[in-house]
Structure formats: structure tokens, C-alpha cells
Design a protein around this ligand. Structure first.
Ligand code: F0G
Length: 437
């Protein structure tokens, strides 16, 4: 049986005690019963579930449920099962064996669905009706969808259905994400302030949680919630299974609030301890240079973590100055002999254009992965021939403005070196033939 354990004071709780954070305010970890799990032939169990048409096995999250937690009723949208694309062209260019794991292929277009299915399942099983998150966009789209998918209208009275509440920075959410949250029927609350201000508000709401009265409390679904981390571990499990349990040398991902970095570290350590893999991939967590508090923490050798006041980047998903999971994420980097990088706006948009032009596509934040891989190859940290997985966290259509403005050459400070401009032509065959020469 899994347990909850505080990473700050060490206090333990039962897995069903529905705590999101510890009484001391510290973040909680879910401790997996590794010795018990070692007795199961997990590789075989997971492989046998592939191709299943029905839940829970058909979900690319719940397929790994022994490594998550047991739930009576799961709220699932058949999430996960995202593709791992070999990238031949870029592999040849960079001299490595490169794959893209496309988490934008999840039901709402981002990796958040993997954490959301597990955390909302935990909340619903604990008797909660009201769910809240602060978000730069993707978490809000995911929360809204899963509240609706629970079979109940998200905006109905809390007593009747699930009440999905999302708190977002006014005017700073990419169009695709905001439209999803509205369409799925969440209560969308826009504040004057950035993600960090929204997160602060959610932390205050979370403190009021009364485990004796879950129905009238508000359950927090940000990645401070340890069940979110468990769900997101399955990105790594699925990568390993897709590579036939032959671990890559590196897994590279964008880093904002640092939930995903934490989840990756936990997944790698557990897979290694369980003997699912015989070596640990190294994590490279990549931040935008304008929103880089974790990069600075790494650079000063973990001496001091300092939150940033006014983070700024075109990759709005990771425009975060005060990441909540920096301690867990530090552990993930340390345990995997990992690194933290920063990349410029130009590097992000250039990498995005390259991923887009490969026919795969992603939103700006996701392109940090390729921008980071390029740096690691250039400075020799990634060696020739190594196997590298870049994680694409969100779909191209999440942020159509960033793409359109890039191709129109309208982004200040960005070269738009790979711009593909539309051309207006006369409506004639002659004009078409002339234009495509
Ligand atoms: N990539 C995308 C597309 C994201 O939406 C996020 C986070 C990240 C990367 C970073 O992941 O926060 O776990 O380090 N988006 C959150 C949101 C903050 O509200 O949707 P992280």
C-alpha cells in the first residue's frame, strides 16, 4: 500500500487521507511499496495490457496503476498512449539518436491530462466536488475537461456535479487553452496578476480544505498535489515501454512550475529500483531565460533558491517565477545526474519552427526541449550516438498567435529565420503555377 510522506517534516499519512499538502505546508510524496512491487512481473503485466480496448488498461496512465494507486472509480479520457517519434532528419543533423515524445497528443492537447486523471480520481474518491487550479492555460483546459468528463456539468451547483474552477492571469493565456476551459464549462476566473499570484491564491484556498467535509471544501489540482505527480510519471514509463525497456541516455523537458521535472525524477528512480531498467536516463530540465529561477538555483550549486518577480517569455506555459516544486525537482536532477539549462526566446521559436516543419508541431514551451538538446550537443554534454528523448508537452494549436506572428515576422527580438509566409495571388492557374516555381 502506498503512503503519503512530507518532504519537509517527514510526517506520514494514509494514501486515502486526502491531503494535498502537509499540515506544515510542505509538499507530499507518494511512497511506493517497492519491495512488494518487485514481486510482480511488471514488465510482463504492462506489456500484456498494450492493445487493450477497455479501461483501465486502455489508458496510457492507468495501464501502470500498480505504480500509481488503487482507485474504486477512475475518471479517465483514455489519456496517454502518445507517440514516440523517431526524428531521422534531426538525428542525422545532431549526430544523436533523437526521439520526440508527443504529449500534445493527449485528449486536451497537453501532458496535464496524465496528472489530472489521477488527481481528480483521488479527489472524487475522497468525496470532493469542488476542484480548483491556478494555470498558465493547459492545466485549466485539462481540469475543465475532466470535471465535465466525470459525467456531470462543470458549472452546475457543487452539490450536483463537479465544480471546476480555474484561476488564470487576465489576458495572458494562449487562445487555444482559454477557449478549451470556457468550452468545457469551468468557472474561469481571471485575475490582474501573473501565474504566481494565481498560485498564491490557490494555496490559500487549499489551506481551508477540511478533510472531514470534503464535499464543501475545495480540492487543489495543481502539481503541488502528489497524485498529479504520480500520473505524470507515466510519461517516462510509456517512453521506457516504447523503447522496450532499454533506457535512453537523456530525457529533456521544459520546466516551469517543476511538477513534471519532479515526476520524471520519481519515475526514473522507481523504474530503476524496480529493475525495469538497468541504468538511469539523465534529466535535462530546460527553462526560458526570462523565467529561469530553477536554472539559477542549479547554477549556484543549489545554495539558494530565489523566486523571480516578473518572469517574461513568449513560452507563456512556463512564464513562472516562483515554481512550487523546486525542492522535489532538485531531487530529480540530483538523483539522475541531470542538468538545468536556459534557452533564449530566439532559440525557443527557432526550435519550434523546426519541430513544426518536421510535420510534428508543438506549442512554444515544448520547443525548449529541442533548444536544450541543441545546447547539450553543442557543448558536448550529450555525446555522439547517444539516445535522447525530447518531450513535447503541448500541441501546436494551443497557441496559434505565437505561430502566426512568427511566420509573419511580427515578433520583436525573434529572427523568424524559418518564416513561411502566405502569399496572395490572383485566382488563376497561371498565377498558381508561377507561384509554386
Ligand atoms: N509545457 C507546457 C506546455 C506546460 O503547459 C507546462 C506547464 C510546462 C511545460 C511546464 O511543466 O510546470 O510541470 O514544470 N503548465 C502549467 C499550466 C503551469 O498551468 O498549464 P511544469
Amino acid at each position: 500500500m502506498q503512503k503519503l510522506s512530507c518532504i519537509t517534516c517527514g510526517k506520514k499519512f494514509g494514501i486515502n487521507e486526502n491531503h494535498v499538502v502537509c499540515e506544515c505546508g510542505g509538499l507530499l510524496d507518494i511512497i511506493q511499496p517497492i519491495e512488494e512491487l518487485k514481486r510482480l512481473n511488471l514488465k510482463k503485466v504492462f506489456d500484456e495490457r498494450l492493445g487493450s480496448r477497455e479501461l483501465p488498461n486502455a489508458s496510457g496512465v492507468w495501464r501502470y496503476r500498480e505504480l500509481l494507486f488503487d482507485a474504486e472509480r477512475i475518471i479517465s479520457r483514455f489519456e496517454g498512449n502518445t507517440r514516440l517519434y523517431p526524428s531521422e532528419k534531426l538525428s542525422a543533423k545532431l549526430g544523436v539518436e533523437l526521439f520526440f515524445k508527443h504529449e500534445g497528443e493527449n485528449p486536451t492537447g497537453s501532458f496535464k491530462d496524465r496528472g489530472m486523471t489521477v488527481a481528480i480520481t483521488a479527489g472524487v474518491n475522497a468525496g470532493c466536488h469542488n476542484f480548483v487550479c491556478a494555470s498558465t492555460g493547459n492545466t485549466s483546459a485539462s481540469l475543465a475537461s475532466y470535471c465535465a468528463a466525470a459525467g456531470l456539468p462543470a458549472v452546475a451547483s457543487a452539490k450536483v456535479g463537479l465544480n471546476g474552477i480555474v484561476i488564470i492571469p487576465n489576458g495572458k493565456i494562449a487562445l487555444g487553452k482559454l477557449s478549451q476551459a470556457l468550452a468545457f464549462g469551468a468557472k474561469v476566473l481571471q485575475i490582474d496578476g501573473n501565474f504566481d499570484a494565481a498560485m498564491k491564491l490557490v494555496n490559500e484556498l487549499g489551506k481551508k480544505f477540511d478533510s472531514k467535509n470534503p464535499a464543501d471544501s475545495i480540492y487543489v489540482l495543481n502539481s503541488i498535489n502528489p497524485f498529479r505527480i504520480e500520473g505524470q510519471k507515466t510519461i517516462v514509463f510509456e517512453i521506457l515501454q516504447q523503447l522496450n525497456w532499454d533506457a535512453p541516455d537523456w530525457i529533456v523537458l521544459p520546466a516551469g512550475n517543476l511538477g513534471n521535472t519532479s515526476a520524471f525524477g520519481k519515475a526514473i528512480s522507481e523504474a530503476f529500483e524496480l529493475g525495469l531498467i538497468d541504468r538511469k536516463p539523465r534529466i535535462a530540465a530546460v527553462q526560458a531565460a526570462g523565467a529561469n529561477p530553477f536554472f539559477k538555483y542549479f547554477e549556484n550549486k543549489w545554495k539558494k533558491f530565489e523566486a523571480m518577480e516578473n518572469p517574461e517569455t513568449i513560452a507563456t506555459a512556463i512564464k513562472i517565477g516562483n515554481p512550487q516544486s523546486f525542492l522535489r525537482a532538485r531531487r530529480a536532477v540530483e538523483e539522475t545526474n541531470g542538468v538545468v539549462l536556459e534557452v533564449s526566446e530566439n532559440e525557443i521559436m527557432d526550435a519550434k519552427a523546426e519541430i513544426d516543419a518536421a510535420g510534428i508541431g508543438c506549442e512554444p514551451a515544448s520547443a525548449c526541449s529541442l533548444a536544450g538538446i541543441r545546447q547539450l550537443v553543442a557543448n558536448g554534454k550529450v555525446k555522439k550516438g547517444e539516445k535522447v528523448v525530447g518531450v513535447l508537452t503541448g500541441h501546436l494549436l494551443k497557441d496559434p498567435d505565437a505561430t502566426m506572428n512568427y511566420h509573419a515576422g511580427k515578433l520583436t527580438g525573434i529572427d523568424s529565420a524559418r518564416a513561411n509566409r502566405p502569399r496572395r495571388i490572383e485566382a488563376s492557374v497561371k498565377a498558381v503555377l508561377a507561384a509554386i516555381k
